[in-house]
Design a protein around this ligand. Sequence first.
Ligand SMILES: Nc1ncnc2c1ncn2[C@@H]1O[C@H](COP(=O)(O)OP(=O)(O)OP(=O)(O)O)[C@@H](O)[C@H]1O
Length: 596
Amino acid sequence: MFSRLKPLYPYLHRYRRSFLWGGLAAVLTNVIWIFFPQIIRIAIDDLNHGVTRQKILYYAGLIVAVSAAKGVFLFLTRWIIIGISREIEFDMRNDLFKRLEQQPPEYYQQHRTGDIMARMTNDLNAVRMLLGPAIMYSANTILFSVGALYFLLRISPFLTLVALAPLPLASILVQAMGGRIHQRFERIQAMFSDISAQAQENFSGARLVRAFAQEEAQIEAFEKSNREYIRRGLHLVQLMGMLWPTLEFILGLAMAITLLVGGHQVLTHRISVGDFVAFNTYMLLLTWPVIALGWVVNLFERGTASVTRINELLTDKPAIDDRDATVSPDTALRGEIEFRDLHFSYPVVADPTASGPAASGDPAEVLHGISLRIPAGTSLALVGPTGAGKSSLVSLIPRLYDAPPGSLLIDGRPVRDYPLATLRSNIGFVPQETFLFSESIRGNIAFGVPHATDEEIFAAAEAAHIRREIEEFPKGFDTMVGERGVTLSGGQKQRSAIARAILRDPRILILDDSLASVDTYTEERILEELRRIMQGRTTILISHRISTVRAADQIAVLVHGRIAELGAHDELLALNGYYASLYQKQLLEEELAVAT
Ligand SMILES: Nc1ncnc2c1ncn2[C@@H]1O[C@H](COP(=O)(O)OP(=O)(O)OP(=O)(O)O)[C@@H](O)[C@H]1O
């Protein structure tokens, strides 16, 4: 069992001093409590020789004083040990979040959000219970049992032997059930992850569920999972329900033996009445620690199962990191980008349900032999049919995915030479799918530039042609977006995202189809603004519209992951290929629109 706790060692080590204090408090609590039956023994034997008012007051006072002292140390034990468990929970939650923040996008394709959330909440809770109550009750049980055993043996070794004879049964029982509890608990946690994922996906996809009138089907599916979760929970309860009464029965047996054999020993004057009462008191005081043993075993089994699940997240090393970085973090980028015979395939997503060659086969290549140089300060536009690989190509620049070594250079150096933070802080990226956080519009635009002034935020919004619309909201830039506020239109979201990218004052700006939801008139004005802002900087534009890309210094047509055409607008028209036909088509559409 202890090898499974290995991931906790660094945390336990960090709080070793506090554990020492907690341990000391636990020792003192139990030492005092172990002497409690001794006081009763002395009192009874003394009172047996004659009862006086003074004696009664003296012993009553002593019992109250001992109980109060025990109470103080028990409080300290709880305070310190439960406190440590909260501190470790805090540290682990931070470590988990930090590790998850470093993971590349593909990680979130392989892990369901609900599952991650379940591990960060339910499992972390189970680990805290292991580090707090489980450790505390174990310490109390061990310390008290050892002390009690010493005094029991001193009173009567024979009586101790027979009274404790049933106890090994308890240990066998706990051992036998521990493994099964562990298994059943793991199954419960896995189901809880499923339920969380299901709920999370339904909340995120609420619009889709309503639009497809799938509420009933989703409720039914959720109920099914929920029922399975309860079934697994009851499966564990069955086991726990058997464990506790059995432990109590074994203890009852021990008490019955004590009464029978101990009573006989008193009658035959082998032990005093005081000894007999003390013996019984020890047996009674042992009841809770032995019963707690069952609960502690449960906490340990739950906790270790959860440690394993949390450790899986903690030890998943981010596939993309700074291991090859060689340049200084404060290197200034000029913004030249070069792809050199780039071939790219997405990392294979492990599918636990797949088997055979499909699961381990060659990942399909999406970009084939791309060679392209974008001089610093120029613009490149990417056009091409859907699925051609345009988004894939640009996602390699901020290293959302890693290009093969040597096939992507920034300012003439392999992209992996740059620390991620340096590289990314020089890039303004507007992804195809706009994401806004549930906070104010101001916060969303200033994302990544926490010290931006109001003037800078307003200027960025102005450049993205969203400022006026934001100011028309009752709370202006302080309007909340998303779950707790307004729902922005597709175009408003896109322009907010553009403002967010501009505010970073990037050397390289990448717009992945980010003007698709904006009308052509606004688009033209935004592009004009961008041309002014991005003077001397590098811009990459992906679009299906000729109007967006025609003014770019270079236009690359990507078809099936290859560059099919490359040149300026006029040069591509002269080629009479994909670009020219796209141009003709869109021209025709415009003429038709004007005519009708
Ligand atoms: N994360 C991913 N994992 C695996 N394959 C992916 C991933 N993202 C994209 N692909 C695949 O890579 C290919 C290129 O997709 P990409 O999104 O780059 O095309 P695109 O030219 O940007 O298309 P669109 O114009 O529709 O946005 C597609 O076949 C797509 O299915």
